[in-house]
Design a protein around this ligand. Structure first.
Ligand SMILES: [Zn+2]
Length: 422
C-alpha cells in the first residue's frame, strides 16, 4: 500500500509510469488495473524518480521494493483507495491467479507483497469452479487412469468383478448445485455413481432450501420445496399453514419449518471433503488415504471437527466454488488442508480430517478455537456459526422463518386453528 500525501501534480506524473489510456474528453487518464512488472515499467519508474528526486515522498521506496520483490513479467493490480475486506482481497488474488494461468505462469510462483494476507503466509490457496477446468492426474494415458477413490485402473476388474471405466463426466461439485465447469478425470464411473446415489444426496438435501430460495431470486426454477406445513414453489411462491398466532405487538411471526426429506450430517461433511480430494494434486493423495477411506464409508467417525458456516453478501458467487488452503508452514496448530465450499452467498469452512500430516484432530475445542481464531482473523469479519456435522442419523432441515411488518386485516387475519389444521 502506497500512501500519498499532497502534491497531486506529482501523483499524476507518477501514474503515467503505468500502462494507461488518455481520455480526451475529460482530459484525464485511465490506469489499466492489471499491470505487468515489465522492464519498461521499471525504466519509467527510475526515470520518474530521477526527474523528481527533490520532491518525491520517501514512501515511494515501498513501490521500488515491491517491484523488485515481484518476479519479472508477473502481473499485479493497481487499486485506488484501500481494500477493506479480505473477501475483496481474495477476489483480486483470484483474478490475478487467473491471469497468470492464462499466461502460462505457474500459480505457485505468484508472488505476494509483504503485507498481503497473513493467511497467504500460512496457506497456499487454490480456487476452483469459476472456470472450465479438468482436475486430476493428467500424467498418464487415458487407458492407465487410476481412480483416486477406489484405486481401480481403467479396463481392469474391481474387487466385485465389475469393469473399471472412466466414460462418464465426473463433476467435482454436483451438477445440480449448478456446476458445469469443474470436472475430474480420475474418478471412475462406479465411484461417481456411488457418491451420487449416496453421500451427495445429503449434500443436496442440506442445500435444498438455499437452492429453492436461489431459484426464486434467479431465473425461476422448477424445484419445489415441500415440508410438513408448507410448500415453497419457485413460480407460485410460498404457502404456509400455520396453526399458531401472530404476535400483534411486534407484528411478526417466527416459524420453524421442517422439510420432508432428511440428510445425514456426517455425509454432508464427507461430500465436502470428497470435492477437496478431487482437486488435490496427485502427490498429496498419499497423506490423505485414511481420509479417502472415510469418504468411501469404510469407517465412520465418532466425532469430527466442527464446520464454520457464514452467510454474507460478500461471499456471493454465481458458480459454486471450492477453495483449498494447503498449509505451507510447519506449524501443527493449523490443519494440513482446510477446505471451503461456497454456494450462492453461503460459505462453509472445514478441516479435511484424517490427514497423516496432522498431529491434531481439531476435535478438541481448544485446538479448534486456536486454529479458527487465527484463520478467521485474516479471513473475514463476518459472523461465523460453528456447527457439528458428526451425527450419523438423518436430520431434517429446519428453516427459521421470520415474517415481519404484518398488519392486521391487510396481510394476516385471525383464524381459528381448526381452519388451518382440520
Ligand atoms: Zn473408483
Amino acid at each position: 500500500m502506497l500512501k500519498w500525501n499532497g502534491d497531486f501534480d506529482l501523483l499524476g506524473e507518477f501514474l503515467t509510469i503505468f500502462k494507461y489510456e488518455y481520455l480526451h474528453e475529460s482530459r484525464s487518464i485511465r490506469i489499466d488495473p492489471v499491470q505487468i512488472n515489465s522492464r519498461e515499467l521499471f525504466e519509467n519508474f527510475i526515470e520518474f524518480v530521477n526527474a523528481n528526486a527533490d520532491r518525491i515522498p520517501k514512501e515511494i521506496n515501498f513501490f521500488q521494493r515491491f517491484l523488485k520483490s515481484l518476479p519479472k513479467n508477473h502481473f499485479f493490480f493497481v487499486v485506488f483507495g484501500t481494500i477493506d475486506s479480505t473477501e475483496r482481497l481474495m477476489q483480486y488474488f483470484d483474478s490475478l491467479r487467473e491471469i497468470h494461468d492464462k499466461n502460462g505462469i505457474p500459480v505457485n510462483k505468484v508472488a505476494h507483497s509483504k503485507d498481503a494476507l497473513a493467511l497467504l503466509k500460512k496457506y497456499d490457496l487454490s480456487f476452483y469452479g469459476h472456470q472450465r477446468r479438468l482436475v486430476g492426474y493428467e500424467g498418464s494415458h487415458k487407458m492407465d487412469r487410476v481412480c483416486r477413490f477406489c484405486g481401480g485402473q481403467n479396463g481392469q476388474f474391481d474387487a466385485t468383478g465389475g469393469l473399471v471405466s472412466f466414460r462418464n463426466k465426473a463433476h467435482v461439485i454436483p451438477e445440480s448445485l449448478g456446476n458445469k465447469k469443474l470436472v475430474s478425470i480420475d474418478e471412475c464411473d462406479n465411484c461417481n455413481s456411488k457418491f451420487g446415489r449416496g453421500i451427495e444426496q445429503s449434500l443436496l438435501e442440506y442445500f435444498s432450501v438455499f437452492r429453492a430460495l436461489n431459484e426464486i431470486k434467479g431465473k425461476g426454477g422448477k424445484k419445489k420445496l415441500v415440508g410438513k406445513d408448507f410448500v415453497f414453489h419457485p413460480e407460485k411462491g410460498f404457502e404456509i399453514k400455520y396453526p399458531g398466532n401472530i404476535d400483534e405487538n411486534t407484528q411478526s411471526l417466527n416459524l420453524k419449518l421442517k422439510t420432508n426429506s432428511s440428510f445425514i450430517p456426517q455425509d454432508v461433511y464427507r461430500s465436502l471433503v470428497k470435492m477437496i480430494i478431487n482437486v488435490l494434486d496427485n502427490p498429496e493423495l498419499a497423506s490423505v488415504q485414511r481420509t479417502i477411506d472415510w469418504v468411501n464409508g469404510n469407517f465412520s467417525a465418532g466425532l469430527l471437527p466442527n464446520i464454520m458456516i457464514a452467510q454474507s453478501h460478500d461471499f456471493y458467487v454465481n458458480d459454486p466454488m471450492l477453495v483449498t488452503y494447503r498449509r505451507r508452514i510447519n506449524e501443527h496448530a493449523f490443519p494440513h488442508v482446510v477446505g471451503e465450499f461456497r454456494f450462492t452467498d453461503i460459505s462453509l469452512c472445514f478441516v479435511v480430517p484424517f490427514s497423516d500430516n496432522d498431529r491434531r484432530t481439531f476435535i478438541r475445542n481448544s485446538d479448534f478455537k486456536k486454529f479458527w481464531n487465527d484463520f478467521e482473523e485474516c479471513r473475514s469479519k463476518t459472523s461465523w456459526m460453528e456447527t457439528s456435522f458428526s451425527s450419523k442419523s438423518p436430520r431434517r432441515t429446519v428453516i427459521n422463518f421470520k415474517l415481519e411488518g404484518l398488519k392486521f386485516g391487510e396481510n394476516f387475519f385471525h383464524m381459528k386453528s381448526k381452519d388451518v389444521n382440520p
